[in-house]
Design a protein around this ligand. Structure first.
Ligand code: AMP
Ligand code: ZN
Length: 114
């Protein structure tokens, strides 16, 4: 999608710190990290949020996204655990309307999620 920040990052039109890529996914470091490790995992295909991912992404792409999260966590040495968040819509303060999973780790997370 032309006017999407994460589509531009995937294409390389906007620079990012890539940590992983495969046929279906791209992952890069968040520009404003909320934890020692903060990575965004996105599908190459533009979908706005997790609300429409099940309908619009292929089973292969959905599987690749979940697999990528585990591979990246291992690659980053998050052996003591990590948190995965996908903000969806205004109530969750989603700011970029291209589905993304935040991987947060490297410190003890708050007991309360929100
Ligand atoms: P969300 O608020 O869940 O939509 O998350 C969007 C995330 O994208 C935020 O954590 C931002 O810090 C991050 N972000 C925005 N622009 C960039 C960028 N150019 N490179 C990497 N991360 C970004
Ligand atoms: Zn996009």
């Amino acid at each position: 999608m032309d006017n999407c920040l994460f589509c531009k990052i995937i294409k390389g039109d906007i620079p990012s710190t890539k940590v992983y890529e495969d046929e279906f996914c791209f992952a890069f470091r968040d520009i404003n990290p909320q934890a020692p490790t903060h990575i965004l995992v996105v599908p190459r295909e533009h979908v706005a949020s997790i609300a429409e991912a099940g309908e619009k992404l292929s089973p292969e792409a959905l599987h690749a996204l979940i697999s990528a999260i585990g591979k990246i966590a291992a690659q980053e040495g998050l052996n003591n655990g990590f948190r995965v968040v996908s903000n969806c819509g205004p109530d969750a303060c989603q700011s970029v309307l291209h589905l993304h999973f935040h991987i947060l780790g490297g410190r003890q997370m708050a007991d309360q999620m929100a």
